[in-house]
Ligand binder design. Structure first.
Ligand code: FAD
Length: 325
């Protein structure tokens, strides 16, 4: 058994961990990884006593404290009314018990579910041990990336919540010894490149304080659909978060984010651009997502994700337009 120190943070200023320490949210991911020998912190700094507040912001948006539990966010009336896709994404994840423990900060920072990453005793992984190699490449890649991967790493990010937040143009408010700053969610996650061990742009001594979402005209008509191997308690093979506003039957604005396909929630910007100003027929939606998929690079073992992304996107957007495909 490895001894681990434990301390509760009393304030954000008190919550900047030393290099060998880790922040502890609900522990549903970190403690698992410690048991598996992937994480070896000298100490755990418990941040669940920091802000759990979920409150409307002056600009008509919403701010959610990093310590808010996933189940509290999904059940909150403002979230359900203003951002239904966020509630649906959270409820599509894990189990009720895990959502009761899991925090917003921990959900954003959870590590990949790549089986080779989790297998500290038997597999090579550049994310866990930089420079050691990647056994996923050439291995079992059903759950791995089709966008933005590198020769060093093909892992995906597992969070459902983050996919909805990407579609909602959320911002991550962080604090560190140098002060506070805001990181757009689109810039929060890194693609692996040659440093798959660096997963986010959060500094080593920074903490997530809250997540903010702007007011959104399309969020009220938004949806999240997750396709997985089991109906519950399974990570996404592919997921789609989308919202759309129509004017005179034409797409005025649209947001599409894909999960289960990259090391970060994948904003389908090319598809969005292709759809704006068109009538969202099945053919138009198909053409838009086909344009996005032109840059996909599936691995042997996950080519099926191309068709799955296409069909799921058509299904979600046709549902939002009011006439399911
Ligand atoms: C069986 C199982 C099934 C699951 N299925 C799904 C699923 O389908 N979809 C899904 O999205 N998730 C799923 N999860 C993952 C689950 O959502 C995460 O484990 C959870 O959200 C992590 O939150 P936590 O508060 O417990 O994080 P912790 O385990 O406490 O921490 C996770 C990471 O976040 C860091 N951290 C915590 N708080 C902060 C902060 N404020 N600032 C910066 N860093 C911080 C920690 O240091 C750690 O590195 C599943 C988990 C399990 C065990």
């Amino acid at each position: 058994m490895n001894p681990v120190q434990y301390r509760r943070a009393e304030s954000v200023e008190d919550a900047f961990p030393g290099a060998q320490w880790r922040l502890l949210g609900g522990g549903t991911n970190l403690v698992d990884l410690m048991r598996k020998g992937v994480e070896h912190p000298a100490g755990l700094l418990d941040v669940t006593g920091l802000s759990e507040e979920i409150a409307a912001s002056d600009d008509g948006g919403l701010v959610i404290g990093a310590a808010a539990r996933n189940s509290a966010v999904a059940a909150h009336p403002l979230v359900r009314r203003r951002y239904p896709m966020l509630a649906r994404a959270i409820l599509a994840g894990a189990s009720a018990q895990i959502r009761n423990m899991a925090t917003v900060g921990g959900n954003l920072m959870q590590r990949t579910r790549c089986a080779y990453f989790a297998d500290a005793a038997g597999s090579r992984c550049n994310k866990r041990a930089p420079g050691s190699g990647c056994d996923a490449i050439g291995g079992f890649t059903r759950y791995h990336a089709i966008f933005g991967a590198s020769p060093e790493c093909v892992a995906t990010h597992p969070s459902d919540m983050a996919v909805a937040l990407a579609a909602l143009d959320a911002r991550v408010n962080v604090a560190g010894p140098g002060g506070t700053r805001t990181i757009p969610l689109a810039e929060f996650y890194r693609l692996p490149g040659d440093r798959p061990d660096l997963e986010t742009t959060l500094g080593a001594d920074e903490i997530i304080v809250s997540v903010a979402m702007p007011a959104s005209p399309f969020a009220g008509a938004s949806a999240y659909r997750k396709v997985r191997d089991r109906a519950s308690y399974a990570f996404a093979l592919v997921s789609v978060a989308a919202g759309v506003t129509l004017r005179d039957g034409v797409v005025d604005d649209v947001r599409i984010a894909l999960g289960g396909v990259a090391a970060r929630p994948w904003r389908a910007l090319r598809a969005e651009e292709t759809l704006r100003g068109t009538r969202p027929t099945d053919e138009a939606i198909d053409a838009a997502i086909t344009a996005e998929l032109a840059s996909a690079e599936p691995l042997p073992g996950n080519e099926f994700k191309i068709e799955l992304v296409r069909r799921t996107t058509v299904a979600v957007l046709s549902e939002l337009r009011g006439t399911p495909a």
